[in-house]
Design a protein around this ligand. Sequence first.
Ligand code: IPM
Ligand code: MG
Length: 364
Amino acid sequence: MKDANRPRRLLLLPGDGIGPEVFRPVLEMLELIVDKKWASLEWETALIGGSATDATGVPLPKETLEKADRSDAVLLGAVGGPKYDTLAYELRPERALLGIREHLGAYANLRPARLFQELADASTLKPEVISGLDLVVVRELTGGIYFGKPRGIVVENGIRRGINTETYSEPEIERIARVAFDLARKRRKKVTSVDKANVLESSVLWREIVSRVHKEYSDVALDHMYVDNAAMQLVRNPKQFDVLVTGNIFGDILSDEAAQLTGSIGMLASASIGGKIGLYEPIHGSAPDLAGKNLANPLAMILSLALLFRYSLDREDLAKRIESAVQGVLKDGIRTPDISAYGWTKVVGTREMGEHVIQKLLAS
Ligand code: IPM
Ligand code: MG
């Protein structure tokens, strides 16, 4: 039986590269939150990615999935690294990431790109273009070309051919469209659906189904945009967007672009929901070039914890508190190198940034 007062159980998956480093402040935050009795939480950790392969021979051990199944939410750092790039396809760390997303049925990936005003000059775009930016990419996460079949590398008449399949079914499109419209209702009530319907049949169906679902949401505005145009509009006039809904691969690409609008990919958190258990991860990767150097920006990881409180634990209050703590630190002019574009004096490392955020949280 579900007991409303039982501690919520988290599974922590630090992973590879900068993953464990950016995770450290999050762990300290969780300890603080429990100490202060702001929430009743317990957690366990498990292996994923290259570090799992090193220890167990596979990137996504069964034990990790079992632990995920008995958690209320999963928090993930990053996977991958040059050491694993030459492994067989099935053993690549990225397979673990796709595997856990699929296992959890986390089909809706929310990637909010909001500019902290303090970072307006850290972006490579002009401050007036991005000032006030607040959009969310809703990326379909368990379908499309990432999972479509047939796939593989085949040999035909002695010539090798690589194959992948972009495919979307009506129910897959319908459910992600609903996530986007529901989210837009809580925001500025505008959805832009991104596709390539001038070329791809899967996009023709996508457009048709999104338009059909829209009939149930007459209070929300909908427009459709081809993905090439969307890529351009994101740098030309990103403030026209509220909620962008799109398929797996277009969402992958556009969300990196959206991240850069906010100053750095080190700032963007994500929530993967739709299944019973939510998965939370920063959108940056394992950044092997930064790993172990105390240089990585832990804010996307910290903001992913905020999303976990918001979407899986129904603790908007704690989500806001964490986000305000991050904002407070940025107001104080504290920067990691990736967001210190214009010669900020208070450039700090991963650990120090984490400590500053914790201090703010404590004072909040
Ligand atoms: C992301 C990443 C992953 C993806 C990779 C690492 C498999 O780029 O989460 O955006 O393509 O989904
Ligand atoms: Mg990506």
